[in-house]
Design a protein around this ligand. Sequence first.
Ligand SMILES: Cc1ncc(COP(=O)(O)OP(=O)(O)O)c(N)n1
Ligand SMILES: Cc1ncsc1CCOP(=O)(O)O
Ligand SMILES: [Mg+2]
Length: 497
Amino acid sequence: MGSNGHNLRLVVNRDKQDSPIRGLYLITDHGDRLAERVEAAIDGGVRIVQYRNKGKDRAQRYAVGEELRDLCRQRGVIFIVNDDLDLAQQLKADGIHLGQEDGDPRIARRELGPGKIIGVSTHTMEEALAAQAAGADYIGFGAMFPTNSKEIEHLVGPEGLAAIRSRIMIPIVAIGGITRDNGPRVVDAGADALAVISAVLAHPDPFLAATELGLLFNRRAAYPRGAVLTVAGSDSGGGAGIQADLKTVTLLGSYGSSVITALTAQNTRGVSGIHGVPPSFVAEQLDAVLSDIPVDAVKTGMLFSAEIIATVAEKLAEYRKRIVVVDPVMVAKGGAPLIDRGAVNVLKDRLMPRTYLLTPNIPEAERLTGLTIVDEEGMQEAARRLFRLGARNVLVKGGHLVAGDAVDILFDGSAFHRFTAPRILSKNTHGTGCTYASAIATYLAQGEPLREAVGRAKEFVTVAIRLGQPLGRGHGPVNHLLAADEVRDRNPETENQ
Ligand SMILES: Cc1ncc(COP(=O)(O)OP(=O)(O)O)c(N)n1
Ligand SMILES: Cc1ncsc1CCOP(=O)(O)O
Ligand SMILES: [Mg+2]
């Protein structure tokens, strides 16, 4: 029976376009709680598991393999055994992965039959061509980067993969030292799948680690690439709220959907009225979107009330959405409060622990931490405190500081990263925060690692402010359209992938 739990013969099409060998490919380690960690990784998006056990105890190897095989079958995940042909046959695995010293793929094909998957480790063009000629269904190719998981003799790098890409018609599975941060180079070099051990199985949260790595494959998807859900209020004036969010997401190349938390009667001069949406209807909107649309990133803006914040936190947990950018909107540009008093504590207690990136401005950071922030040192302390409250990453935006460049500070739990841009003196800045957070969510959904996503979003929002529209008699909106054109022109290579 195939790993999808049916009696369907797994017909492996060797053309890479139709092959199931794509995306995130997990290789097992020898650590404790292996099945538990593998299951979390599968829930996070792993679609191929390679059981790699170098132990001497054959019974133990079989027992662990059986448990993993059953898990993969239950979840419709391909189960491949490393090196050992007998073990692969005993476990009725979906395939085998052979090293250069592990036997002839032609013999493996004869033993396993046409419906099984055969992968071969390769390190050079010659080895890759030979494996392809021998009938391999895919090749492993590496190592991409240095790794502690195995003694490696060949460090070929993404450049080595790019060099063989045009001559290899079967899937290329890149391997060796791959992480969320260096993975884009490997995907951009042409890898069909990323094989990892430690980036996922040594991570304290394998679900999140697999989710982050899985997003990298959106880098090559057709436009609109990546899907972003905004959960925010409606700004009737069109400059902020879900209107700004959907303009940003769409113009930067992703698919945007929206859940509305409040209706505001608003223009460039301020907010004249607010109607909160019943929390039950916010829940209904979230169910409608998250039960159907494959949302890669969620961005939250105005959440209005404690009940709505609790509802959003519950639904993010229910649908296991972890790439969540929370823009803690509290006060409108004109000074109107956009959140009720009790809601701030609920945001800290219920939503921040589910936040991938929190993007407070100075006043919002002060309200959330009780600090008074007058300089970058104060921004760093606020970021640390907000990280300790549960936000996985914190971006404190320095636009409200009066002196010097517009500096934002990103804290990822271990290091600070500065993002600077010339301060632009303009009154047409309505929607800046919404636009910045939505741009970050969009770039994350498109497979940019966090620092790159923040850097590109900072560039986009800075241009949008510079080109802001003198619309209305108050604070005009930032210019999403011309800013998207300008940043696209500056980064043409990202548009052609
Ligand atoms: C997908 C993939 N690529 C390469 C390897 C390495 O396999 P091998 O060369 O057999 O080395 P060991 O894994 O046996 O140490 C792999 N396992 N998977
Ligand atoms: C099995 C293997 N083959 C080449 S590198 C490697 C180890 C990959 O592990 P990690 O993803 O932790 O670098
Ligand atoms: Mg081997």
